[in-house]
Design a protein around this ligand. Structure first.
Ligand SMILES: Cc1cc2nc3c(=O)[nH]c(=O)nc-3n(C[C@H](O)[C@H](O)[C@H](O)COP(=O)(O)O)c2cc1C
Length: 364
């Protein structure tokens, strides 16, 4: 089992840098992708969102005729039970209070939980209690070196009225010296802000300066390259000469976030799994790494193609160089199997003078 998340926060801090994380992404953030981004400097990865109730039911009541409504607020014990089930296989459990999709909100999941701060507090308290009873180390910093240490965290969006977000965090954090969560991820958009609108850096600045000394905070949103973030931090690498001039004119306006502990990337890392290794566009070698992981860890072929189509398209940062053009990507999507695909990519890559090694175990 990997180190506990709080240990990773501590390590990143000791290396005088932010913690680098990969966001939960429904459908996408499966094992092969997580292994790939780990190879390129990502410290901590989220699995795709898991619906606690379904997860419990599949495990305990598979094939059962027993069906219950999923409508209405979920009792805290449901997430607590699911936490107990995933704990042996993950380094922590994160409660998603950010998903804006209507089906999730209708079930009082995701962003709808932003209106239920007491319920969220009860959920994390209950989850901690279940894990404690199961013998896991849930003492936060006290369990930082405990192999059985597990974290309980929350990912949120912000409210239009930031005072509501402050109240939410205050409630969920709980007592000053024995907080209820290990760390917090803030996606500084409201549930109705489209992802094309830049994140609200001012809100992030207020929230990190208010709470960042009590709890490690990650930011989710617009992490596209390390050099073009819409804020600065003493823990970020010094911009390279290329980008320094671009960002110079913004330098005056850009907020400095000394209390931010780490970054979480979704669309950026999907397009460029090597983002935290300092690449500003996806390199062929990351495609290669991903294919090797996918060969070891089964992934539906269509999903594999979707990943590759993201990686081979222009990325989210200012460098719009793409590994494949639009027509080539569409041709790639026609590949019928892994062998076709590898031949196709080999050909494209060598035509560009790129590099591709054999897929695992000399299967080619
Ligand atoms: C394909 C995709 C799937 C996502 N699935 C989830 C999810 O399951 N749970 C969640 O909390 N957020 C999910 N998100 C939201 C991201 O975690 C993240 O908060 C948001 O995309 C903003 O980050 P970005 O600007 O780096 O994309 C998803 C985002 C994308 C692009």
């Amino acid at each position: 089992m990997a180190s506990s998340p709080l240990k990773l926060f501590e390590l990143a801090k000791s290396e005088k840098r932010l913690l680098y994380t990969s966001a939960p992404m429904v459908r996408y953030s499966k094992l092969a992708f997580r292994q790939t981004v780990h190879q390129y400097g990502t410290d901590l990865c989220w699995t795709p969102m898991v619906l606690a109730k379904e997860f419990n039911r599949n495990h305990f009541a598979r094939d059962s005729d027993f069906t219950v409504s999923t409508k209405g607020p979920q009792p805290p014990t449901i997430i607590a039970r699911a936490s107990s089930l995933v704990a042996p296989y993950s380094s922590g459990v994160d409660l998603n209070c950010g998903c804006p999709q209507s089906w999730a909100c209708a079930e009082t999941l995701g962003a709808a939980l932003m209106e239920q701060r007491e319920l969220v507090r009860d959920m994390v308290v209950e989850a901690r209690e279940y894990l404690r009873r199961d013998g896991w180390g849930v003492g936060k910093e006290q369990d930082i070196d405990n192999p059985k240490g597990r974290s309980i965290s929350v990912k949120i969006r912000v409210h239009k009225d930031l005072r509501k977000t402050m109240d939410f965090i205050t409630t969920v954090l709980g007592p000053e010296h024995d907080r209820h969560i290990d760390f917090l991820t803030i996606h500084p958009r409201t549930r109705s802000t489209p992802s094309s609108t830049p994140i609200d850096v001012e809100a992030l600045e207020i929230l990190t300066s208010t709470f960042g000394s009590r709890v490690p905070i990650l930011v989710s949103g617009d992490v596209f390259t390390l050099n073009t973030l819409p804020f600065t931090s003493p823990l970020l690498p010094i911009p390279t000469l290329d980008t320094a001039s671009d960002s110079l004119h913004q330098a005056q306006a850009i907020a400095n976030l000394p209390h931010l502990a780490g970054l979480m990337s979704a669309r950026g890392i999907l397009a460029n799994p090597a983002v935290y290794a300092g690449f500003d566009a996806c390199p062929w070698e990351a495609v290669d790494t991903f294919l090797n992981s996918a060969a070891r860890c089964p992934l539906p072929f269509k999903l594999l193609l979707h990943h590759l189509s993201e990686m081979c398209a222009p990325g989210m940062g200012p460098n719009k160089t793409a590994l494949l053009g639009r027509k080539e990507r569409s041709d790639m999507m026609q590949c019928a199997n892994m062998l076709d695909l590898i031949d196709f990519l080999d050909e494209k890559c060598s035509a560009q003078g790129g590099m591709r090694r054999d897929v695992v175990g000399g299967q080619r």
